[in-house]
Design a protein around this ligand. Structure first.
Ligand code: NAI
Length: 330
């Protein structure tokens, strides 16, 4: 029998966790022959909700679900024991009147203990995807507190932004979303992100050649993608959940699947200095995967407009890092 893969999800009783777990268990992500053991992680007051989630998982009778482990955030080494993937969703959401800097300081400490426990207890091949916001900087904190875990194992999620951007481009061009490729997000998962339409393609042709309304691309398009999260909250009365879970699962699939030749996907990873980014920052880049590790797509040129957008989001990442310096050992 194939050895089960262990996947931990923190914040497992929250909206994104709930939308993600059943698809992880179903065989959709790791395949119909790969057993999965889910580690559901929550804060202690939410453990009883996890009992309900476990019952529902059982009631799906997924042939690929080989077990469920429940653990609380006070015992993270138990939670992450032997895990091959850790998806860090659990965090405190931003409330009205809260500044981004406040959120970083509130959620940062969650990720110091997360990093330490991953290093102490997870499997040797562990890969970590941080979804909880501010995800780039939370990922930086966790990675910095797990120095023995190789740096190519850490990801922060920009896939939802990629997917949002792909759909906006497809709708504007009157083409199916499947025709849009290489729609990557540079920088931070925040309102400063730069969705790079220059290097995206529609049926293999550069987006600016197909969409002639360049004012729309430089203006409304970027703004719509940057503010989409807020628009969903406004309309739904709750933040993006199913689409965020879908993006997390898409990221995992892209990590474990060799990227088709000529294509790329979006995630934030530990910078090696590429494109002038400070080494060690968790920055959104266009990536390819060989099924195990990633490479940053090289040689993409930015005109003055794109470079200014990139610099702005990069500066925000630097500012966030400075706010949490005391949580970054070494
Ligand atoms: P939610 O509030 O429904 O669920 C969060 C869950 O995390 C709660 O059940 C809570 O009890 C749990 N939690 C809190 N602290 C924890 C800890 N220390 N350890 C384990 N669990 C803990 O929130 P939702 O909607 O599921 O969102 C979760 C996070 O994902 C938020 O930070 C949100 O901003 C972020 N997000 C990120 C996106 C991205 O594109 N990167 C997109 C959408 C949301």
């Amino acid at each position: 029998m194939t050895h089960p893969i262990r996947v931990a999800v923190t914040g497992a009783a929250g909206q994104i966790g709930y939308a993600m777990l059943f698809r992880l268990a179903s065989g959709e992500i790791f395949g119909p022959d790969q057993p999965v053991i889910l580690h559901l992680v929550e804060i202690p007051p939410m453990l009883s909700a996890l009992d309900g989630v476990e019952m529902e998982l059982e009631d799906c009778a997924f042939p690929t679900l080989a077990g469920v482990v429940k653990a609380d955030s006070d015992h993270l080494e138990d939670a992450f024991a032997d895990c091959n993937f850790v998806v860090c969703v659990g965090s405190i959401p931003r409330k009205a009147g809260m500044e981004r800097g406040d959120l970083i300081r509130i959620n940062g400490p969650i990720f110091t203990s997360t990093g330490k426990a991953i290093e102490a207890a997870a499997a040797d091949d562990v890969r970590v995807l941080v979804v909880g916001n501010p995800c780039n900087t939370n990922c930086l904190i966790a990675m910095s507190n797990a120095p023995k875990v190789p740096r190519d194992r850490w990801y922060a999620m920009t896939r939802l932004d990629q997917n949002r951007a792909m759909t906006q481009i497809a709708k504007k061009a009157g083409q199916p979303v499947s025709a849009v490729k290489n729609m990557n997000i540079w920088g931070n998962h925040s309102a400063t992100q730069f969705p790079d339409f220059y290097h995206a393609t529609i049926h293999g042709n550069p987006v600016p050649e197909i969409i002639e309304d360049h004012d729309w691309l430089r203006g409304e398009f970027i703004e719509t993608v940057q503010k989409r999260g807020a628009a969903v909250i406004q309309a739904r009365g709750a933040s993006s959940a199913a689409s965020a879970a879908n993006a997390a699962l898409g990221t995992i699939k892209s990590i474990i699947t060799p990227t088709p030749l000529g294509e790329s996907f979006s995630a934030a990873v530990c910078s090696d200095g590429s494109y002038g980014v400070d080494e060690g920052l968790i920055c959104g880049y266009p990536l390819t995967s060989d099924g195990t590790t990633w490479k940053i797509v090289e040689g993409q040129e930015h005109d003055d407009f794109a470079q200014a957008k990139f610099e702005a989001t990069l500066q925000e990442l630097r500012d966030e890092r400075d706010v949490v310096r005391d949580l970054l050992p070494g």
